[in-house]
Design a protein around this ligand. Structure first.
Ligand SMILES: Nc1ncnc2c1ncn2[C@@H]1O[C@H](COP(=O)(O)OP(=O)(O)OP(=O)(O)O)[C@@H](O)[C@H]1O
Ligand SMILES: Cc1cn([C@H]2C[C@H](O)[C@@H](COP(=O)(O)O)O2)c(=O)[nH]c1=O
Length: 199
């Protein structure tokens, strides 16, 4: 089973991922952007305020393709539970927000365009936990360490996540990530126990 953790910057994904790592030591824990050279290219692009948003989309997507073939598909083929801190929904939410200000021919919807690119090769998550905080909390917790961690941009990202949740309500579960950390941790672990029991 492929389980992904999604949410705005600072929503607590990595904290939840670490709690799950303690609870499921036998599972495979991974993340996007990855630590590969593709992931390093992504980090370089994120540090560039003038990076072309379409070029940046394809850097993130290249990192995803490598992640799939090197980590995710082999781990799933071996029957593992795979837990990824960010995955394809991050592209749908973040790069669609960046492309909205940019250019796509024929008035195409950026989010749909990015989904179509992924449909051709990706492996969709089985379940996704959405750690829900508002953009103000997210920006404050994240500390504006990269160009995405600003309230105005994160508001558009949050709207895109809402579209994704609305389109696939059975895949997503929403956790109120403004709760104190122990309550968030407990909610995440309870959901994963349910997913594992159902699978
Ligand atoms: N429920 C919570 N209440 C208060 N602070 C929290 C909570 N969850 C996480 N934090 C704090 O917010 C900060 C960001 O948490 P974390 O790194 O887990 O988020 P993230 O979603 O992985 O962020 P990013 O996407 O920026 O990597 C950390 O300082 C963490 O301790
Ligand atoms: C996978 C992915 C990530 N991002 C953005 C979201 C964050 O601002 C940074 C780094 O992620 P982290 O969890 O804070 O380490 O990258 C993105 O825009 N698109 C993506 O596909």
């Amino acid at each position: 089973m492929l389980l992904t953790l999604e949410g705005l910057d600072g929503s607590g994904k990595t904290t939840a991922w670490e709690a799950l790592r303690e609870a499921y030591p036998e599972a495979v824990f991974t993340r996007e952007p990855t630590g590969s050279w593709y992931g390093e290219a992504v980090s370089r692009s994120m540090r560039d305020d003038g990076a072309d948003p379409l070029a940046e989309l394809f850097l993130f997507t290249a990192d995803h393709a490598d992640h799939l073939s090197r980590v995710v598909r082999p781990a799933l083929a071996d029957g593992n539970l795979v837990v990824s801190d960010r995955y394809s929904d991050s592209r749908f939410a973040y790069q669609a927000a960046a492309l909205a200000e940019s250019y796509l021919a024929g008035g195409r919807d950026p989010l749909e365009y990015i989904r179509e690119i992924h449909e051709a090769f990706s492996h969709p998550p089985d379940r996704t936990i959405y750690l829900d905080v508002d953009p103000e909390v997210a920006a404050e917790r994240a500390g504006a360490t990269n160009k995405f961690e600003r309230v105005e941009y994160l508001s558009r990202v949050a709207e895109n996540y809402e579209r994704l949740i609305e389109a696939e309500p059975d895949r997503f579960v929403r956790v109120d990530a403004t709760q104190p950390l122990p309550a968030v941790r407990e909610a995440v672990i309870d959901h994963v126990e349910e997913f594992v029991a159902e699978s």
